[in-house]
Design a protein around this ligand. Structure first.
Ligand SMILES: [Fe+2]
Length: 393
C-alpha cells in the first residue's frame, strides 16, 4: 500500500470523523441521563474509547509516514544536488542526446572543449565535424539500437585537429527495449598519450641500443641488425598489412638476434666452422630471444616473430620445424632479409657473395627456405630501391 492510498483512507475517515464523534458522545450522554441503564452506558463508553484510540493510532501512523516521506524527499534532493555538482565539475565532457540525436545537454567541461554551447538543440548527426568523424557510426548504432555496442560502453579514441586526444564512451540508456537517451562521455587524454609516446620512444631507443650491443658482441656481423631492419622496412612499405603489424615486424627485425646475448663468446666469435654441438647451442638463440622479449607487456607477437625467424618454408628450419603459413609473416620476411644481408656482407670467415649471386640463391631457395611470393617481392623492392639498399653492408 502506498503512502498516497493510506493518506486517502485517512482523509475519508476524517470526513466522517466529526459527525461520528458527535453521534458517539451524544449516545453516551443520552445513555447516562435518560436510560439509567448501566450496561448500555458502559458499551457506549467502550465505543467512544475505541473510536478515540483508533484515531490516535491512525494519527501516529500518518505522522510517521509524513516524516519518512520528508526524509526520502530530503535524500532525493541531496542526491540531485550531488549529481548536479559532479556533472558540473567533472573534467570529463558530457553530452546528452534525445533518442533522435538532438543535443539536449552539454556540461561545462564539454562546452570548454568545444569552445561554445552553440551545438545545443542541434541534431548531432547534422554537425559537419561529427559527420567526418569515425564516432559518427557509433552514435548512429547507439541511436538505432541495432548494435550490441549500445548496451555497453563503447570506447573510441578521437584525435582532433589540435592534436588533442579524446577517449569517447557512447552509452545508450535503454528503457523497455527502446533507446530513451544517448550519453556521450568525452575524456581528454592528451597528456596520458604524450607520456605513453615518450615511454615508447624511450623504449625503442633502448631496443636500438640493445641491437647495437648485439652487433658489437657478434663482431662478424657488424651492422647486421640495422641492415635487416632496412630491408624489412622496405618490404613493410609494399605489404598490405596494418600499421601495428608493420611496427611489430620492424621491432622484431631490429632485435631478431637478441637471443645471442645468451650464447657464449667462444661460439659466437669463433672464426672457424662450428662443430655440430656448437651449432646446436647457436640454434637456441631464437628461443632465448623470444623468451626475453616475451616478458615485455604487449610484445607477444614480436616475441613469436623472433622465435621463428630461422624456420624454413619447407619445414626444415628450427626451433620447431613449422612450415609455410604456420610461420608468422614477420618471421618469413626477416628470414629473407637476414639471409640476404649475411650473403652480401663481408665476414672474417667468408667474403661477400655479391649482390647477383645472393639474389640467385634467394631465387633457388623459393619454396624451400623462403616464401616464393616474398622472395619475388624482396627482389622487386631491391631493384626499385636502387642504391639506397645496395649501399647497405
Ligand atoms: Fe638469427
Amino acid at each position: 500500500m502506498t503512502i498516497k492510498s493510506i493518506r486517502r483512507i485517512f482523509m475519508i475517515s476524517c470526513f466522517f470523523n466529526v459527525p461520528l464523534s458527535i453521534l458517539l458522545i451524544y449516545q453516551f450522554v443520552w445513555s447516562l441521563f435518560k436510560l439509567g441503564n448501566n450496561s448500555y452506558t458502559i458499551i457506549s463508553l467502550a465505543e467512544l474509547f475505541l473510536y478515540i484510540s483508533s484515531n490516535i493510532i491512525l494519527a501516529v501512523i500518518m505522522k510517521n509516514l509524513h516524516l519518512e516521506e520528508e526524509q526520502l524527499l530530503g535524500m532525493y534532493q541531496k542526491g540531485e544536488k550531488l549529481n548536479d555538482l559532479i556533472i558540473k565539475n567533472t573534467p570529463s565532457g558530457l553530452i546528452i542526446l534525445s533518442n533522435k540525436g538532438i543535443i539536449e545537454y552539454l556540461n561545462p567541461a564539454i562546452i570548454k572543449i568545444l569552445g561554445s554551447d552553440e551545438a545545443l538543440g542541434q541534431n548531432i548527426l547534422d554537425i559537419d565535424s561529427i559527420k567526418n568523424n569515425f564516432i559518427y557510426r557509433n552514435i548512429v548504432s547507439a541511436l538505432a539500437g541495432k548494435s550490441s555496442v549500445m548496451f555497453g560502453l563503447n570506447y573510441v579514441t578521437n584525435i582532433t585537429k589540435e592534436n588533442r586526444v579524446f577517449n569517447t564512451y557512447i552509452d545508450a540508456v535503454v528503457n523497455e527495449n527502446k533507446v530513451s537517451k544517448v550519453i556521450i562521455h568525452i575524456h581528454d587524454v592528451t597528456k596520458e598519450v604524450e607520456l605513453k609516446n615518450e615511454i615508447e620512444s624511450t623504449f625503442l631507443s633502448t631496443i636500438e641500443a640493445l641491437a647495437e650491443s648485439i652487433d658489437a658482441k657478434d663482431t662478424y656481423t657488424g651492422r647486421h641488425s640495422s641492415n635487416v631492419l632496412k630491408y624489412t622496412s622496405k618490404m613493410c612499405e609494399v605489404l598490405e598489412i596494418d600499421d601495428k603489424h608493420k611496427e611489430n615486424i620492424k621491432i622484431a627485425a631490429t632485435i631478431h638476434d637478441i637471443g645471442k646475448i645468451g650464447i657464449t663468446d667462444s661460439i659466437l666469435k669463433k672464426p672457424d666452422k662450428l662443430t655440430n654441438e656448437e651449432y646446436e647451442i647457436m640454434k637456441d638463440h631464437p628461443v632465448i630471444g623470444s623468451s626475453i622479449v616475451g616478458k615485455i607487456h604487449g610484445y607477444k607477437k614480436i616475441s613469436n616473430i623472433i622465435k621463428y625467424h630461422h624456420e624454413r618454408w619447407d619445414g626444415r628450419g628450427y626451433p620447431e620445424g613449422i612450415k609455410e603459413d604456420e610461420i608468422p609473416l614477420g618471421a618469413q620476411i626477416i628470414a629473407i632479409a637476414d639471409a640476404f644481408d649475411a650473403m652480401t656482407s663481408n665476414r672474417v670467415y667468408r667474403k661477400s657473395l655479391g649482390y647477383e649471386r645472393a639474389v640467385q640463391i634467394l631465387i633457388e631457395e623459393k619454396g624451400r627456405q623462403f616464401n616464393s611470393e616474398l622472395v619475388e617481392l624482396f627482389i622487386d623492392v631491391l631493384q626499385s630501391s636502387g642504391e639506397e639498399l645496395l649501399e647497405i653492408g
